[in-house]
Design a binder for this molecule. Structure first.
Ligand SMILES: Nc1ncnc2c1ncn2[C@@H]1O[C@H](COP(=O)(O)OP(=O)(O)OP(=O)(O)O)[C@@H](O)[C@H]1O
Length: 318
């Protein structure tokens, strides 16, 4: 079976707030799936339904092939859920905390191995209240892994961490995938989702706006790429300031697939095109024929942040 989770037409209301409004998606086994969106989009509520913590108002949810509404306890035996650190006792040590969670599991993994996996062995005897933010997050992930789950749920695992601790946590999450587990996480950092997740679902106001790999979404929704060219030896005598001679701009604008040419303040030309690969070949051909000389050439695509802006008309963190 290649599917870890199936969600069909999921609806969850809190009185008059529709927190999740008809969401459908599947998560494949062994992938890192990210639910992205701003605060209040419905990510946590969706996760809580998948974890069997909240009953949906409508829709079908299957986790590890089990209907969550009918058999929430069977689902709980197959998943690992990262608790926010409010769930820890500050005076217990790291080893004692993981040991406590191990005592709840039917087939616990060895505590020492988990501490090593999460780089917590040096903190084994440290009380939880003395850990840094990144160490606490790693501890909560160790506790989520203690029951040897097939599917691991992480709700905003990197929120509040500095960039270095975030990067360290990405390595942890990739290592969890390498063990063959499925990871479902939420984040409101689009660049994190782009770097970390195999596939993402973008949520806003309880709805799923887009679903796919980060690159698929970027290519589908933002087809135009920017090709940066920095020509050399093309400024006409006396034209100063690194200006590019108009004939060059005209020639580039005439290349097949180029929809626009802009000029940056530092002597680059920016070519907009939906066919960056063939344009790169054209430019290389021009250079080979001696009609164009350039000192740098690079392609930039949009980001998931731009995808969100395209879909909603606003930035994620306005
Ligand atoms: N227990 C609750 N009772 C009432 N309303 C709630 C409850 N939990 C969430 N909501 C509301 O449901 C909507 C979705 O919230 P949810 O926490 O699922 O979003 P989120 O995308 O996870 O946001 P965040 O990133 O802030 O956690 C919001 O409007 C929120 O105010």
């Amino acid at each position: 079976m290649d599917t870890a989770i199936v969600v069909e037409h999921l609806v969850k209301r809190y009185r008059d707030v529709v927190a999740v409004d008809g969401v459908s998606f599947t998560v494949r086994r062994g992938e890192i799936f990210g639910l992205l969106g701003p605060n209040g989009a419905g990510k946590t509520t969706t996760l809580e339904v998948l974890e069997g913590l909240r009953a949906p108002d409508a829709g079908r949810v299957e986790v590890a092939g089990i209907d969550v509404r009918r058999h929430p306890r069977q689902v709980k035996a197959r998943i690992g859920v990262q608790l926010q650190d409010a769930g820890f006792f500050g005076r217990l040590t790291v080893r004692e905390t993981i040991g406590l969670f191990a005592s709840f599991a039917a087939r616990p993994r060895p505590v020492e191995a988990l501490m090593e996996e999460l780089s917590l062995q040096d903190k084994a005897g440290t009380q939880v209240r003395h850990l840094s933010g990144g160490q606490r997050q790693r501890l909560s992930i160790a506790c989520a892994l203690v029951g040897d789950p097939e599917i691991v749920f992480l709700d905003e695992p990197t929120t509040g961490l500095d960039p270095q601790a975030r990067r360290a946590l990405w390595d942890v999450i990739w290592a969890i995938r390498a063990q063959g587990r499925t990871v479902v996480l939420t984040t409101h950092y689009m660049e994190e989702a782009q770097a970390l997740c195999d596939r993402v679902g973008i949520m806003d106001h309880g709805r799923l706006l887009a679903l796919g790999t980060p690159m698929e979404l970027i290519e589908r929704l933002l087809p135009e790429a920017r090709v940066y060219v920095r020509p050399i030896d093309e400024a006409p005598a006396g034209a100063g300031g690194g200006d590019v001679a108009p004939p060059m701009v005209d020639r580039l604008r005439a290349l097949p697939g180029v929809t626009r040419v802009d000029q940056t303040g530092d002597g680059h030309l920016v070519l907009l095109t939906a066919q960056p690969e063939s344009l790169l070949q054209q430019l290389a051909g021009e250079a080979h024929e001696g009609r164009l000389r350039y000192s740098s050439l690079r392609v930039e695509r949009g980001t998931l942040e731009d995808v969100f802006l395209h879909l909603t008309g606003r930035r994620l963190r306005d």
